[in-house]
Design a protein around this ligand. Structure first.
Ligand code: ADE
Ligand code: ZN
Length: 328
């Protein structure tokens, strides 16, 4: 098979995708119409400046991303969003997906937590039943908001504990170190949730933040985290603990102009459990297959290494050990 056929045909797991980041312009317009919301012409997230986007780094991306969520109001809206993503992922042979969601981006504008999670949950149940996929939810806290709001959100989520596999940390990393949320994550662990944190690409204090998530928070995974290559002791630490990194090459290329292929390959060859994911595929214009293709084309990753990347994903996934055996 050609490289593309090989990638398309491979059963894949996705571990780093923000459901709000799967809002395609067409669905955005449809939900706006359904809810009688006026959206500005500039909210079309793919038209715009020279590189085709209205953003060029994490901060300017988030400035488009959050306002676009205003069209999400009812459980049906959240259902439609998640089911559209799951259908797309299924069409690309993604057999398991762990999906982030940002409850605070919705509760802060008056949408109830139960509306959000009920819609998402119904989409997962339908995908499992009708497509034979497996999928789960990871609840993220917004790091540019108050830790008290994160803790209140954690409490609100407790009645839905079984619908959430773990918790994460996302949004604007600048001046928002992981340690700000140490007590929130300690509580999440006590409740039995697994833990991951975004350590975005080339942030100020990247290494300090990675050290915090490993030493103070005690994460089970790191989202992005490729700056770890700068510190050999941290590379050894993640290897020893079997901590995986969820890397997102197409996303990297948009927010930093560098897809970090070299770093991802270096870590892979050093035996770190790195994985390939799509992050916000509707905004960065690349689902799983496009991200895998980018690694093959621009980082000269071999077919054997592409298999290793997907094996890593199933290994570090948060599916039950019994289910994992079926995949690996
Ligand atoms: N929220 C959605 N996508 C994100 C990203 N790439 N980094 C931080 N927060 C995000
Ligand atoms: Zn992300």
């Amino acid at each position: 098979p050609t490289m593309e056929e090989f990638i398309v045909g491979m059963p894949k797991a996705e571990l780093h995708v923000h459901l709000e980041g799967t809002l395609e312009p067409s669905l955005h317009r449809k939900l706006a119409a359904r809810n009688s919301i006026n959206i500005p012409a500039t909210s079309d997230n793919v038209s715009g400046n020279s590189n085709g986007y209205l953003f060029h780094d994490l901060t300017s991306f988030l400035a488009v991303y959050y306002p676009n969520m205003e069209v999400l109001l009812t459980a049906e809206d959240f259902f439609d969003l998640a089911f559209a993503y799951l259908s797309k992922a299924y069409s690309q042979n993604v057999v398991h997906a762990e999906m982030f969601f940002d409850p605070q981006a919705h509760t802060s504008r008056g949408v109830s937590f139960s509306t959000v999670i009920t819609g998402f949950r119904q989409a997962i149940v339908k995908a499992e039943r009708e497509l034979g996929m497996s999928a789960s939810l990871i609840m993220c806290f917004l790091r540019d908001m108050d830790p008290g709001f994160a803790m209140a959100t954690l409490t609100e989520a407790l009645p839905y504990k079984d619908w959430i596999v773990g918790v994460g940390l996302d949004s604007d990393e600048r001046d928002n170190p992981p340690s700000k949320f140490a007590s929130v994550f300690a509580r999440a662990k006590k409740e039995g949730w697994l833990v991951t944190c975004h350590c975005d690409i080339d942030q100020p204090n990247s290494i300090a933040h990675i050290r915090q998530v490993l030493r103070d928070i005690g994460v089970d995974r790191i989202d992005h985290g490729t700056n770890i290559v700068e510190d050999e002791t941290l590379v050894q630490l993640v290897k020893e603990r079997g901590i995986g990194l969820t890397c997102c090459p197409v996303s990297n290329s948009v927010v930093t102009n560098d897809f970090k292929g070299r770093e991802i390959v270096q870590l892979l060859r050093q035996g770190v459990k790195v994985t390939i994911n799509s992050d916000d595929p509707a905004y960065f214009r690349g689902y799983m297959n496009e991200n895998m293709m980018k690694m093959a084309k621009d980082a000269d990753v071999t077919k054997g290494e592409l298999i290793r990347l997907q094996k890593n994903a199933f290994e570090i996934s948060w599916i039950s050990e019994r289910k994992k055996e079926k995949f690996i």
